[in-house]
Design a protein around this ligand. Structure first.
Ligand SMILES: [Mn+2]
Length: 359
């Protein structure tokens, strides 16, 4: 099966990865009207996928929120962030569309044979077609073929809860077997559990399970960590990575911190960097429309400066922005929660797409 045929099965047009019967129909249609001239969005979208070869950067929506059951809503991230981006200008990426998410599922390793068969029937009208059915498994399967066909094209993904970074980072890393790679991870939380309530892959454990690709403490750098039961030294010493908590970021400043990271990467001869940004790395005042907003965090300007400075030295060839949950309202500042979070998210997304295009 070629990538175009695979796309028609695993992906849906932009905004349609969240399965609804009639809910949000207008919202999805309005996004597609802005993206495509023709009335037949699906046809235009499929046609546009023929241009991947000419594109430096592609955008992929992974609207899967199988989060902690704390406050879900990041499934709406890809649709709302795209819409907010388009208010300013077209985004500089070819839109691959969304993974067709079955919201009850996470990873195929958690499913029995009967469920896989039933879901294949629902997704592909063919219960024997050897394709994955869970969002994380579908994302990895799709990207494996994508990078095999287009090794130099970059993918910027919008989540979804943070578990989506597990397939995104794995496919990216595996497609660069001879490259020295690093991970730059912005987050309030470490996401370093080995499992959560017996579940191996989740928003709280994805980083733990991609450490194998970054086998030196200077290759996995976390920025913005503050909500964790353990001290920084515990994580650094037991799991072989480096953390910068917000206090330290504020004390030494964005530029200097970026140069510290650059020196670490340089000493390791890093060639390419993956950037994963959990919106809750930002202080809750900038990003409260997310499942677990946290105070004492970073501001968007600081984060953009760190990203730009690192990107000037090392190509950022993979990236994601996750945990934007536009409909979640924690009521800290009523009425502004969604707007402010989307402003923060779009500034970050624009900077990330800009540096990835130049990479
Ligand atoms: Mn996270």
């Amino acid at each position: 099966m070629n990538l175009l045929e695979l796309s028609a099965l695993l992906l849906a047009p932009p905004g349609e990865g969240v399965f609804t019967v009639s809910n949000s129909k207008e919202r999805k249609a309005s996004l597609q009207n802005k993206l495509y001239d023709s009335q037949d969005a699906r046809l235009s979208w499929l046609e546009s996928l023929r241009d991947i070869k000419e594109s430096k950067l592609c955008l992929l929506g992974v609207p899967s929120d199988c989060g902690g059951g704390i406050l879900r809503g990041a499934n709406w991230g890809p649709l709302f962030v795209r819409e907010a981006l388009l208010k300013d200008a077209p985004y500089p990426a070819l839109d691959l569309g969304d993974i067709r998410v079955i919201p009850h599922l996470l990873h195929d390793e958690m499913l029995n044979v009967k469920t896989i068969r039933d879901c294949r029937k629902a997704l592909y009208q063919n219960e024997t077609l050897e394709l994955p059915v869970s969002p994380l498994s579908m994302t990895e399967y799709y990207l494996d073929q994508f990078y095999a066909d287009y090794p130099d094209t970059k993918v910027f993904a919008i989540g979804g809860d943070h578990s989506v970074s597990y397939p995104l980072v794995r496919a990216w890393a595996r497609s660069r077997p001879t490259k020295k790679i690093a991970l730059l991870h912005f987050d309030a939380h470490t996401d370093l559990l080995d499992s959560r309530l017996g579940v191996r892959i989740s928003f709280g454990s994805w980083t733990y399970h991609v450490r194998e690709f970054f086998p030196h403490k200077d290759l996995l750098v976390q920025v913005g960590i503050r909500s964790t039961a353990k001290e920084r030294t515990h994580w650094e010493n037991t799991l072989n990575l480096t953390q910068y908590w917000p206090e330290e970021v504020k004390k030494i400043g964005a530029k200097k911190l970026a140069h510290t990271i650059i020196e670490k990467y340089r000493a390791q001869n890093v060639e390419e960097v993956y950037l994963s940004f959990d919106i809750d790395a930002l202080d809750a005042q900038w990003a409260q429309a997310t499942g677990t907003p946290e105070g004492g965090g970073l501001d968007p300007v600081t984060c953009c400066e760190i990203i730009r400075t690192v990107a000037a030295e090392f190509p950022i060839t993979g990236g994601d922005l996750v945990e934007v949950a536009p409909l979640v309202n924690h009521d800290f500042h009523p009425n502004t929660h969604q707007e402010l979070t989307l402003i923060s998210a779009t500034s970050l997304a624009r900077v990330m797409m800009e540096v990835m295009t130049d990479a």
